[in-house]
Design a protein around this ligand. Structure first.
Ligand SMILES: Cc1cc2nc3c(=O)[nH]c(=O)nc-3n(C[C@H](O)[C@H](O)[C@H](O)COP(=O)(O)OP(=O)(O)OC[C@H]3O[C@@H](n4cnc5c(N)ncnc54)[C@H](O)[C@@H]3O)c2cc1C
Length: 473
């Protein structure tokens, strides 16, 4: 009998398995897909020679995550490396492009009338430094390591985007912040959408918004290799549908989102608790398209080609689009996010070519095809884009869910981060990784700190398992 079973080999499951194996426990990982990685997956599935990321691509939280910091030397030993583009993000809204750069000063200076406001907003956070992420990527920080940084984040961030944007005068700063806040998948008038703008802006100013060199699957493979070094087996192609299918173990960690776990645990856990899991709102979904191009995207402004990520939309468009998605209506001009890994890692395409992906926020479970809409939006900003397309591969909400049952209706957040679900996620704020069964734990993006590649949910769940098994942290 193993000490611990981990169900699901996403970044959180893999980090949990590694943390527990490092404590000397015998661990086995069971994964439904043919390969480990979950949201970390890449390959030549669009056209031979072009490496695209299937899900996660730009990973600002991973490079600031304490969980990955502990693994950094091991990952490097496995040949893993980050690749950063010259700029973190570009925003294409009302006027000329606006850029989010590593340099706070350069970003602020380009915001003309709002330069001082941008500096004043981010300086206290930048001053708190990367250690602030130990507080931000944890449970509710009752004894924060960086109290001043946390207080500033709470004051400025625990409000709606509109509340934050009011202190800025010009469109460039407001639209740059709106693109960052839209990562919350919340209506912009709802708190704490501002906190996403702050965390993502800060992450750019502290580190980069990097890609995994060679594709995000490389990070999954490096994590799997570290597990192999510790004799942890990962059994792929094993989808667990009910508790009776679980091999015996002293404890089980589930890298499953709230709804996925509720379906699995039906009949095995109190119905009242499962109802609360199911009540976590998934939020909107995404419609994604990958393209293989015979040259870089022909942006009107070539500086946009230097950005890892490009956000599209005026303030009004983003606000209307996010609200429409929540009402179940497909917006005319959805919020659009494009990533261009070849800006950082040219080896992902044959010489001169480019691998590009984009997704639009769409209503949960939307069944339409947004490929033409996405291409038209890009064409507006990059005339001649369509002529560069060698191959494309769309994936709607249903395709995403079919590949990974965690992605209900194409939702990639593990649950919308409304104020009450920011820390009390999915149910309790005190021990969010615990379940009513003392030997079962949750580790997915449905627990704090939520969606994204950071491995911290797995890290916290592993801590709870160690406490349950009576081991020292
Ligand atoms: C299209 C898309 C783009 C994204 N872009 C980014 C990005 O650029 N940057 C970023 O930081 N984040 C991004 N994300 C979000 C990120 O991928 C997720 O937040 C992250 O992967 C969550 O990690 P996880 O370990 O909680 O779960 P997952 O990555 O979902 O992994 C869970 C694993 O469990 C397996 N599983 C599920 N059910 C079972 C079962 N019953 N039995 C066995 N195995 C099971 C799944 O197959 C999967 O491998 C994106 C997500 C998507 C879908």
């Amino acid at each position: 009998m193993k000490d611990v079973l981990v169900v699901g080999a996403g970044p959180n499951g893999l980090v949990a398995a590694l943390e527990l194996a490092r404590s000397g426990l015998e661990v086995e990982v069971l994964e439904a897909a043919p390969a480990p990685g979950g949201g970390l997956a890449s390959g030549e599935f669009v056209r031979p020679g072009f490496v695209h990321d299937r899900c996660a691509s730009v990973m600002p939280l991973a490079v600031l995550s304490p969980a990955f910091a502990r693994l950094e030397a091991g990952l490097r030993r496995q040949g893993f490396a980050w690749a950063a583009a010259p700029r973190a993000a570009a925003h294409l809204g009302t006027g000329p492009p606006v850029f989010l750069d590593r340099s706070l000063e350069a970003t602020a200076a380009a915001l003309a009338g709002d330069a001082g406001r941008w500096r004043r907003l981010f300086e206290p956070l930048v001053h708190a430094g990367p250690a602030l992420f130990e507080d931000l990527l944890g449970p509710l920080p009752l004894r924060p390591r960086r109290p001043l940084g946390c207080a500033w984040m709470a004051w400025k961030g625990l409000r709606s985007f509109h509340g934050l944007a009011r202190s800025f005068r010009g469109r460039p700063a407001r639209e740059l912040l709106a693109g960052l806040a839209a990562h919350a998948f919340l209506p912009l008038e709802r708190a704490p959408s501002a906190s996403f703008a702050l965390v993502l802006g800060l992450s750019a100013h502290l580190r980069d918004w990097p890609f995994a060199r060679g594709g995000s699957g490389r990070l999954a493979r490096a994590l799997a290799a570290l597990l192999e070094e510790r004799d942890v087996t990962i059994r792929c192609g094993v989808r667990l549908r009910r508790p009776s299918e679980l091999p015996p173990a002293r404890a089980v960690v589930f890298d499953l989102t709230a709804w996925n776990f509720a379906r699995f645990a039906e009949g095995a856990l109190p119905e009242a608790w499962l109802r609360r899991l199911r009540a976590l709102p998934p939020g909107p979904g995404v419609f994604q398209v990958h393209w293989a191009l015979d040259g870089p995207v022909p942006w009107r402004d070539p500086r946009v080609g230097e950005a890892s990520t490009v956000h599209f939309g005026t303030l009004e468009e983003i606000a209307a689009a996010e609200a429409a998605c929540w009402r179940g209506r497909m917006p005319e001009r959805p919020f659009l996010l494009l990533t261009q890994p070849t800006a950082a890692d040219p080896g992902r395409a044959p010489a001169g070519g480019a691998a590009v992906s984009a997704y639009a926020h769409v209503p949960l479970g939307w069944a339409g095809d947004a490929t033409a809409l996405l291409e038209a939006r890009i064409e507006e900003q990059a005339p001649g884009f369509r002529e560069r397309i060698l191959a494309r591969r769309p994936a709607g909400p249903r395709d995403l869910e079919a590949r990974n049952p965690n992605l209900r209706g194409g939702s990639l957040t593990g649950g919308a981060p409304f104020l009450r679900h920011l820390f009390a996620r999915p149910v309790s704020w005190r021990r969010p990784w615990d379940t009513p069964r003392p030997d079962w734990f949750l580790a997915s993006a449905s627990t704090p700190p939520g969606g994204g590649i950071h491995g911290m949910a797995g890290w916290h769940a592993a801590r709870r398992v160690r406490a349950f098994l009576g081991l020292r942290a």
